[in-house]
Design a protein around this ligand. Structure first.
Ligand SMILES: Nc1ncnc2c1ncn2[C@@H]1O[C@H](COP(=O)(O)OP(=O)(O)OP(=O)(O)O)[C@@H](O)[C@H]1O
Ligand SMILES: [Mg+2]
Length: 367
């Protein structure tokens, strides 16, 4: 029995990165080009479960393969210190595994200047210490990529990092900064005057993955792991995944695990798999999303349920008994949370898979 190849765990790099080929290629080119490539400063946004963390980790691997040191942090207190420490460790590991004869035998102290062998002599503020390390790495042709997940505009260190990074870019260092977060968190960071530099960074929205890519991803994941899936079973799985990486992993995982010893994943396996996957998705994503909503958000969403597909903003406002600009505030909030999306200038629709059905049940319970 082969173990289940699907990875329905947040923050896990999947066996196959589905539907992200073009961004991965662009970033690979950027690591190759080095200093000055605009893609080296990129902000990824996407709703829960669209694959932000997995992409950051995957791109870090690619950067490493191109001779960069990649360090990954989350935007939490202590982040700047963590970046210093991880850079030092990353460089130490790099020296160990490097097959570059010039670097062989070099110690971390020799690379960064002797004070690294004697921590008491470490001097200067964050920028000077970091700048020194980056210079030492760059002198050896090594770039430094920093990825920051779960961007949070309320964290001073986040703003500080952005400002320092701008200096490093200005000094033409070989550095990269990839940020990822929910659309709302990123937008509120960009509203901060002190990081106006980031507004010019490249922004990449992780949107739904096309059905054909999802199909290819599920099929290849199953086949590479020694089983098969019929076109009919596959199309059920694709439909249930709804273009959403996390849902795709759940559907794949649960379908696989129905009869793991048989050669093929059958239609019945997928049908049962979808039922379990939906329950998992509700517990792990929809519940959390629901409990984050304000009363106003809920009233807005409730007013959308009257329409089968898209809702016109003016209809929502009148169902809420409010003026259009009041409703617009909630529209913006919900778009920023990845729950709804715009359809043309005056319509909105649900974006988060299964959330409409989930809310219908919730509201029914509430009466
Ligand atoms: N391109 C992809 N193809 C297939 N599966 C993917 C892809 N990207 C992510 N996944 C899978 O989707 C799930 C969610 O990924 P990830 O944790 O990166 O999402 P996220 O956007 O960081 O979510 P959150 O906002 O909650 O942090 C994981 O199980 C991961 O393995
Ligand atoms: Mg994440």
């Amino acid at each position: 029995m082969t173990s289940n190849p699907f990875t329905p765990t947040f923050g896990r790099i999947p066996l196959l990165m589905t539907g992200r080929d073009s961004v991965i290629r662009e970033m690979e080119q950027a690591f190759e080009n080095g200093s000055g490539d605009p893609n080296l400063s990129t902000i990824f946004t996407g709703a829960r479960g669209t694959g932000k963390t997995a992409l950051l980790l995957y791109l870090s691997r690619i950067a490493s393969a191109h001779g960069w040191i990649a360090i990954n942090v989350a935007a939490i207190s202590g982040m700047l210190e963590d970046i210093l420490e991880q850079t030092r460790q990353g460089a130490a590991q790099f020296l160990e595994v490097s097959d570059n004869p010039r670097l062989k035998g070099l110690t971390i102290g020799q690379l960064f200047g002797l004070e690294w062998d004697n921590p008491e002599q470490q001097q200067g503020n964050w920028r000077t210490r970091m700048g020194k390390m980056i210079s030492a790495l760059n002198d050896q042709g090594i770039g430094l990529l920093i990825t920051v997940d779960e961007v949070n505009s309320k964290l001073d260190e986040m703003v500080h990092l952005a400002a320092m990074y701008q200096h490093f870019v200005g000094e033409e260092r070989k550095v990269g900064l990839l940020l990822a977060g929910l659309p709302g968190s990123v937008n509120s960071l960009l509203r901060n005057e002190s990081v106006s530099f980031l507004r010019r960074a490249n922004q990449h929205k992780l949107s739904r993955i096309s059905d054909s890519d999802i199909a290819e991803g599920i099929r290849a994941t199953i086949e590479e792991s020694g089983r098969s899936i019929s076109p009919e079973a596959l199309s059920l799985a694709v439909e249930a995944s709804d273009g959403f990486p996390y849902l795709m992993q759940l559907v794949g995982y649960q379908s696989w695990s129905q009869s793991p010893d048989s050669d093929a994943v059958s239609e019945d396996d997928v049908r049962w798999g979808i039922t379990s996957a939906r329950a998992n998705f509700a517990e792990r994503v929809l519940d959390a999303t629901y409990y984050d909503l304000s009363d106003g958000d809920l009233r807005f969403l409730r007013a959308m349920l009257a329409d089968a597909r898209e809702s016109r903003l003016s209809d929502i406002a009148s169902r809420m008994g409010e003026a259009s600009n009041y409703a617009s505030t909630y529209k913006r909030r919900l778009i920023e949370q990845g729950i709804i999306g715009e359809r043309g200038s005056s319509y909105v629709a649900f974006e988060l898979p299964g959330f409409r059905e989930y809310l219908e049940e919730r509201f029914e319970e509430l009466g």
